[in-house]
Design a protein around this ligand. Structure first.
Ligand SMILES: C[S@@+](CC[C@H](N)C(=O)[O-])C[C@H]1O[C@@H](n2cnc3c(N)ncnc32)[C@H](O)[C@@H]1O
Length: 497
């Protein structure tokens, strides 16, 4: 079987094996114990998608004279030693000098407990295993501490046939009809239906459901059983763009830590590619200031860092609302006619396709609005208002709390990354736009010149009061935007076994 694997894949497995043996060796040792050093476990994780077995691969390497394999003395383990021929053939370019993992040959009972082996009980995937159970507990804890949960709390989730989340929602007192479950698999869906759980079930794709629903949710949990994909991005985009989460809400995203195709890796990389965005730098990750994976190269080791922060960065970008997915029309409307036309021509010629482009152009437009138009005899306070109304039109969600974690599981299990976000639309900062003097302008039905004329006719006491509110909202929002991507606000990912 192992002889039939593609040569490119076998080469990759060999390189990985040599690199890991060298990285894991204790000082003075030439080899490693395959099991105790967690080589076997990590090999299975690294090649899970391809289904490679470390025992078969190392046996083949031995038969080719690339490795020596000796039984270990006191346990059911073997020592792996690279031969000189093996080392000569190996591609060790990506090797990191320091040893990755320390081991002393003894496996504690704690390790044994963590090295749980997942067993499938039925024809359905089994989500009842320690890492998943502890993740579920963390989710419920996060939900409970960031929302005022009650019978009417509405949750959108993938329950899967076993519906293991349900008892936890029950324990929070949430009414079953407020649990909305989307399941695309017909058989899984039928199983859920047969159970008569009293939840609101939909047999469809999540993105299709989100396209149509007009419900707003207190929490949305996207517990995927796969990695990043265009569909995941589209789903997140729909949630934010259609404002499907309530003003104070919680969003959860789980993604597998599987190896992605080169194309899909770009989905993580995109937020990091943009450098040095001007002004409203919250719009992009700024490598000089923000926390980033140590180096961004194509190597597998760095890919872990890119994935780790990439998942969070993708979500944060999309939380900027419509500013991440299209040109902010409200902002264009606030510009004088001539400038508006020239921006439109510029936008058409640039033909932006990626959301970082939209964010950057909106950022530039906003700056232009403040700097250029501000100098054209319009009260600076109204310029702040124009910025405020364009931000409102984008409908962003601000992160008030995050919990980032990674769940590591035994080889046959599914390790995954998990991101929880507590969100707030900061409605109170935009409230001034509801003032009757400003509503037409805030809806884009009135231009700055008109508003300016009205503003001058308004009595000074009202102007003062409104100005105070504009300034408050504007300053608070600018601060919040500034914090969107700042590294210190992105917590380290907890590693949970
Ligand atoms: C990882 S499981 C959910 C496990 C559950 N949260 C738990 O803790 O027990 C994901 C479920 O969602 C379904 N699913 C995955 N992606 C989906 C999508 N895009 N639309 C609809 N259903 C999806 C899968 O068929 C599967 O039953």
């Amino acid at each position: 079987m192992v002889d039939t694997i593609p040569s490119e894949l076998y080469q990759r497995a060999k390189d990985w094996t040599f690199q890991e043996i060298i990285a894991r060796r204790l000082p003075g040792k030439d080899g490693i114990p395959a099991r105790v050093s967690k080589f076997n476990r990590d090999f299975r994780l690294a090649f899970r998608l391809e289904g490679l077995d470390p025992v078969a691969i190392t046996a083949r390497m031995k038969s080719e004279g690339l490795l020596r394999i000796h039984p270990a003395k006191h346990r059911a383990d073997v020592w792996l030693f690279p031969t000189q021929i093996g080392l000569d053939c190996a591609n060790l370019e990506d090797l990191v000098g320091e040893q990755k993992q320390e081991f002393d040959g003894e496996e504690s009972s704690e390790d044994k407990r963590k090295n749980y082996t997942h067993k499938t009980e039925s024809r359905f995937p089994n989500y009842d295993y320690p890492a998943k159970n502890s993740w579920r507990e963390n989710w419920i804890r996060f939900l409970g501490s960031n929302l005022s949960v009650g019978p009417n709390t509405r949750i959108l989730t993938f329950l899967a046939p076993q519906a293991l989340e349900l008892p936890q929602y029950d324990s929070l007192g949430i009414r079953r009809e407020n649990i909305v479950c989307v399941e695309r698999d017909r058989e899984y869906f039928a199983t859920l239906e047969d159970k008569q759980l009293g939840v609101d079930l939909h047999n469809t794709e999540m993105s299709d459901f989100l396209q149509k629903t007009d419900c707003r949710f207190d929490a949305i949990l996207l517990d995927y059983d796969g990695g990043i994909s265009e569909d995941v991005i589209k789903t997140l985009e729909l949630i934010v763009d259609r404002g499907l989460l309530r003003d104070q809400s919680v969003l959860g995203l789980n993604l597998f830590d599987r190896r992605e195709s080169e194309e899909r890796k770009m989905l993580y990389l995109e937020p990091f590619l943009e450098q040095g965005m001007p002004g409203y730098h919250s719009a992009g990750v700024n490598p000089a200031r923000d926390i980033l994976p140590p180096t961004i190269t194509a190597s597998q080791r760095d890919m872990n860092g890119i994935r780790d922060y990439g998942i969070t960065a993708v979500v944060l970008k999309l939380l900027l609302g419509k500013d991440a997915t299209r040109i902010n029309q409200r902002m264009l409307q606030h510009l004088p006619w001539k400038e508006r036309e020239s921006w439109k021509a510029y936008i058409a010629s640039e033909a932006p396709k990626r959301y970082v482009d939209f964010i950057r152009i909106n950022d530039e437009l906003r700056e232009y609005l403040q700097v250029e138009t501000g100098s054209q005899c319009v009260d600076p306070m109204l310029m702040k208002l124009a910025v405020l109304s364009s931000l409102e039109a984008s409908r962003p969600y601000f992160v008030t709390k995050q919990f980032r974690s990674q769940y590591l599981t035994e080889a046959k299990n599914n390790g995954f990354y998990s991101d929880f976000f507590a969100l707030d639309t900061r409605r109170e900062d935009f409230r001034v736009l509801d003032h009757r003097l400003l509503t037409r302008f805030a809806r884009g039905q009135e231009d700055l010149c008109n508003l300016s004329r009205k503003w001058k006719r308004t009595n000074s006491r009202t102007r003062k009061r409104i100005s105070h509110q504009i300034r408050g909202g504007y300053d608070d929002l600018m601060l919040a935007y500034d914090g969107f991507f700042v590294g210190e606000h992105i917590p380290e990912r907890a590693r949970i076994l």
